[in-house]
Write a protein of this length. Structure first.
Length: 139
């Protein structure tokens, strides 16, 4: 359930892992201060910065689910420059990465699996229960 389906298997180094977490915290704080109603219920779940530090993908989730994605993406696009400025000031980086935003597929997939389990829709194999009854040793 990895978020980086198209990025390949790039190794996560401690520096980039720390930077990912720092950027996530900065962005979450900035979005919390935002006065845009479309960004009220948005959670920044993860940030994945490329090794060259030029681009970063910001993963988010919202209580509205997929229905609210378009409005949230539009709002995030409108405040992108302000968010990048906040990163530049708070992280003290020479260059701030260009931000792109995506709904977090890991959160959505986890919620889908959880709802399937709660509903009892998981497949039950009757073969194992049938063989266990007939495999009893004869006395």
């Amino acid at each position: 359930m990895a978020r980086r389906g198209s990025h390949g298997t790039s190794r996560q180094y401690p520096r980039t892992a720390r930077l990912n977490e720092l950027l996530r915290e900065i962005l979450a704080d900035e979005l919390e201060r935002s006065d845009d109603d479309r960004l009220e219920m948005v959670t920044v779940t993860a940030v994945e910065i490329e090794g060259d530090l030029r681009h970063a993908v910001v993963f988010f989730d919202t209580l509205e689910g997929e229905d609210g994605d378009d409005a949230v993406l539009e709002a995030l696009g409108e405040v992108r420059w302000r968010l990048q400025g906040a990163i530049g000031r708070q992280a003290r980086m020479k260059r701030t990465p260009e931000l792109s935003f995506r709904p977090d597929p890991a959160v959505r997939e986890g919620a889908r699996i959880e709802s399937l389990l709660a509903a009892g829709d998981r497949p039950v194999t009757t073969e194992t229960s049938a063989t266990s009854e007939t495999d009893e040793p004869a006395s």
